[in-house]
Design a protein around this ligand. Structure first.
Ligand SMILES: NC(=O)C1=CN([C@@H]2O[C@H](COP(=O)(O)OP(=O)(O)OC[C@H]3O[C@@H](n4cnc5c(N)ncnc54)[C@H](O)[C@@H]3O)[C@@H](O)[C@H]2O)[C@@H](O)CC1
Ligand SMILES: Nc1ncnc2c1ncn2[C@@H]1O[C@H](COP(=O)(O)OP(=O)(O)O)[C@@H](O)[C@H]1O
Ligand SMILES: [K+]
Length: 496
């Protein structure tokens, strides 16, 4: 799914209006999508306090108030009485509202903090038109609303957030429980500093002009199921183990054998034809008993001392690797002569960063840093938007794929495209989850998925397995090893 900028969305709204639907009817459609969602998710015993600004976001709020009232909800509307310059469509909807005797329209200042489980706040103060930090009465009311514990639904965007960038320093932003947004994810929903204000996101389709959307150029995408279903290749029946590639997982030093075991099991469960593990001798018994399908290639006693090159294989290197001097040397030697596809993770990345050997990363490699590993490799940035921009530059400069891990992991391609992943959850914030991802990616690439597609599919699959785990075991109790056991359920889900 494409992500458009606020400017592009505005142009898309205009293009849609140009194709026959009037602007007021488009607002009616957007508002109806919100009112229907609220009707489906809340009982009529709930009372809605709807806070409206003077632009089209406020216009949506007025229309939603009318529609909820017509659906038998109790509603109260709040406006900023100092602000009279309503947009044309907001004016029309405010006028319609004033004709309904059962709806009270009050000033922002008359709202006092309450604690009532049956009350819900709707934020329709500003949407993607916000172009400066909140101030005056709008800032005051958002601060007040944020102090109440009652549920809050933001229309299109939580007021105070920009669609495409970080908010200004010390900006006030509404902290929503739900964001009902129109047609597109906004980039700010997907970054940690800004996304935390959105709560659960619902993307409501309002039939914006598809031709315009198709023609609009963007480098930003959300990984949705349509993309995944296009990438996924069902397993060929006329096949043999050679058809599904050779995955070689390298890592697992003394006391960190679990990491490479999890990568190995993940590669197996993702469908690799032949799977090998290169690890020190101390890992032999553990790997052979826990992953008997994988072949063990020992190297060193407690730490890896040499990394052999197996022909026509894909390597996943780093989980539990450690940073012993002999391991570092082995890694450098290996990378100097290795030519095939590779996934580089964890300590392998740290070794390269600490020794200033980023130039050893081969072209078309996949690297999977978390934010701290990324910083060690490429330097500090001020925030996650800047980090992603730096990642785009580095992916292009080094011609590599970067999987920048986070709540919404981003896949960054050498041609500067960003694919945000929206599967996964905080139950995965446990040591070992990254090792599972490395195994999945290595396995997909060895099965001849194009590298970029493998990255997109792998990030999504990993998160989806996480979502199945959270459903079954809870975010607290689920473990990275549970992720491995749910990979199969994801494939079944895709093939059903
Ligand atoms: N036809 C359309 O364009 C549609 C628009 N829709 C709604 O319209 C919204 C965008 O509407 P607008 O472009 O009118 O913009 P907003 O309603 O987001 O903002 C209104 C205006 O407030 C002013 N403003 C910006 N920052 C401010 C600040 N900090 N303090 C005070 N005033 C500030 C700006 O001049 C801005 O245009 C969307 O988010 C969505 O909710 C939907 O109704 C769908 C259709
Ligand atoms: N809060 C979260 N929401 C979604 N995914 C998460 C969250 N926390 C961690 N993850 C995922 O779990 C993995 C953790 O990887 P990493 O930090 O390398 O851990 P480790 O190396 O200990 O296995 C990443 O793929 C990341 O995207
Ligand atoms: K809003």
């Amino acid at each position: 799914m494409k992500i458009l900028t606020a400017q592009q969305i505005k142009a898309c709204d205009s293009a849609t209006i140009g194709k026959g639907i009037s602007s007021i009817n488009l607002m009616e459609k957007a508002s109806k999508a919100c009112a229907d969602w609220i009707n489906d998710n809340f009982k009529t015993t709930h009372k809605f306090l709807i806070f409206c600004g003077n632009g089209n976001n406020g216009g949506d709020g007025f229309a939603i108030a009318r529609m909820l009232y017509e659906k038998s909800f109790d509603v109260e509307v709040y406006i900023n009485e100092n602000q009279k310059d309503f947009s044309a469509d907001a004016k029309i909807n405010l006028k319609k509202l004033k004709q309904i005797s059962g709806i009270e329209i009050k000033d922002f200042s008359s709202f006092s903090i309450l604690k009532d489980e049956k009350t819900v706040i709707i934020d329709a103060i500003f949407g993607y038109g916000l172009n400066r930090k909140l101030s005056g009465n709008s800032e005051k009311i958002i601060n007040k609303l944020n102090q109440t514990k009652i549920q809050k639904i933001a229309i299109d965007i939580p007021t105070g957030l920009y669609a495409d960038k970080l908010m200004d320093e010390n900006a006030t932003v509404l902290k929503a429980d739900f964001t009902l947004t129109f047609q597109f994810y906004k980039r700010s929903f997907l970054h940690p500093e800004t996304g935390k204000f959105c709560g659960k996101i619902e993307v409501l389709n309002i039939d914006l002009d598809q031709d315009f959307i198709n023609e609009t150029e963007t480098d930003y995408f959300v990984i949705d199921e349509n993309i995944i279903r296009e990438i996924y290749k069902p397993r060929e029946e006329f096949s043999h183990k050679g058809t599904f590639g050779k995955s070689i997982l390298v890592g697992g030093s003394y006391r960190k054998v679990g990491a490479i075991l999890m990568s190995t099991l993940s590669a197996l469960k993702t469908g690799s034809g032949l799977t090998f593990t290169i690890a020190p001798e101390c890992a032999n018994l553990i790997l052979q008993s826990q992953a008997p399908e994988a072949m063990f290639m020992d190297s060193g006693e407690k730490y890896i001392e040499k990394i052999g090159i197996v022909d026509k294989a894909v390597y996943g290197i780093g989980p539990g690797l450690g940073k012993e001097i002999q391991t570092q040397k082995a890694l450098f030697e290996f990378l100097k002569s290795y030519k095939n596809s590779i996934v580089i993770d964890a300590d392998a990345l740290n070794i390269l960063a600490e020794n200033d050997k980023i130039n050893l990363i081969p072209k078309n490699a996949v690297i999977t840093p978390h934010p701290l590993e990324f910083e060690r490799l490429f330097g500090k940035t001020e925030n996650s938007f800047e980090r992603l921009e730096l990642a785009r530059n580095k992916a292009e400069e080094l011609q590599i794929f970067i999987i920048l891990k986070d709540h919404h992991t981003a896949v960054i391609t050498p041609d500067r495209k960003i694919f945000y992943n929206i599967t996964g959850n905080s139950g995965m914030a446990k040591g070992g989850s990254g090792d599972v991802l490395t195994g999945i990616l290595t396995s997909l690439i060895s099965q001849k998925y194009e590298i970029g597609k493998a990255c997109i599919f792998g990030a999504w699959l990993h998160g989806k397995a996480g979502d199945f785990c959270a459903e079954e075991f809870s975010k607290e109790a689920m473990l990275p090893t549970d992720l491995i056991s749910k990979i199969g359920k994801v494939f079944k889900y895709l093939s059903s």
